[in-house]
Design a protein around this ligand. Sequence first.
Ligand code: FAD
Length: 311
Amino acid sequence: LSLGQLEEARRALDAPLFADVAGDAHVSFEFFPPKTDRMEAAMWDAVQTLAPLGPRFASVTYGAGGTTRDRTHGTVARIARETSVPAAAHLTCVDASRDEVDAVAREYWAAGVRHVVALRGDPPTMSERFVPHPKGYANAADLVAGLKRLHPFEISVAAYPERHPDSANDDADLDNLKRKLDAGASRALTQFFFEPETFFRFRDRAAAAGIGAEIVPGILPVSNFAQTRKFAGLCGAAIPDWMGRLFEGLDDHPAARQLVAATIAAEMCRKLYAGGVRHFHFYTLNRAELSYAICHLLGLRPQAGEARAAA
Ligand code: FAD
């Protein structure tokens, strides 16, 4: 950051809450494919609540080993069909040959899906090491190249502000991100993190390594602290001590927990905005309220056309 930019960031942080937002923030939302009819109804409710905010895209995750193949496809196709939000489908390399992965990608293209979030994926048991399928894509960079050969997909990939657990060091991790972008991806969506400085440091290191593509912070509005702590441990994201203290004693107070969750996520987004971030990717966990509230604070309002399209 230049001195001028630092001054600007400081002014924005000193301003009354969110007074500096200028209607220039963009968002995207991530959902997971629901397992039951009830979960499907809840997810769809979240999609319909969030769609009028005019997100850049809504993405749907892909379960380990292709276990959600049909459900991911069904969900993503429904978003493409029934809303005006561009749909993005996640796709992984786990336990599948190139032909099988290519077949899924072709189905996405045929369903009108033009954006893929291309991932290596994890073994079904998280503690095991990833071993590529003998006839499969070796990693995400390999998958990006394969997808580009099939169709001119828009492709997003994953990035890790706190380094991927399989990476030998920070430089190797950035080299890997660079390989994915060089293979044809146009943006990186980050793993969640809880300190804005973690993101800023990563963004600076990426820029210094010559990465010019957009790096979009992944925002996880946490309301289930115990579950988040467990998941963060598996994927190498640090949980700050202050966060544990803020959730202490709230197990039996869901409404208070929700308010605390919104405060934490909103404060982080406020700082990210002050630091120049203009695209936020929300891990919605198929719930709208927290993401909606933070988007509102960031200046997003329902757009009439989008609301009609989502209805
Ligand atoms: P890659 O970028 O291929 O690599 C991960 C690590 O492997 C690298 O950091 C590096 O250490 C090593 N590596 C890769 N290639 C090489 C090489 N040539 N030489 C040496 N080392 C190498 N998982 C799912 O199962 N489904 C999802 O839908 C899903 N969505 C996600 C969305 C986002 C935004 C994020 C951040 C993650 C998501 N994940 C998902 C999790 C992801 O699959 C795991 O984090 C996985 O462990 C790594 O995937 P990747 O695409 O980052 O892998």
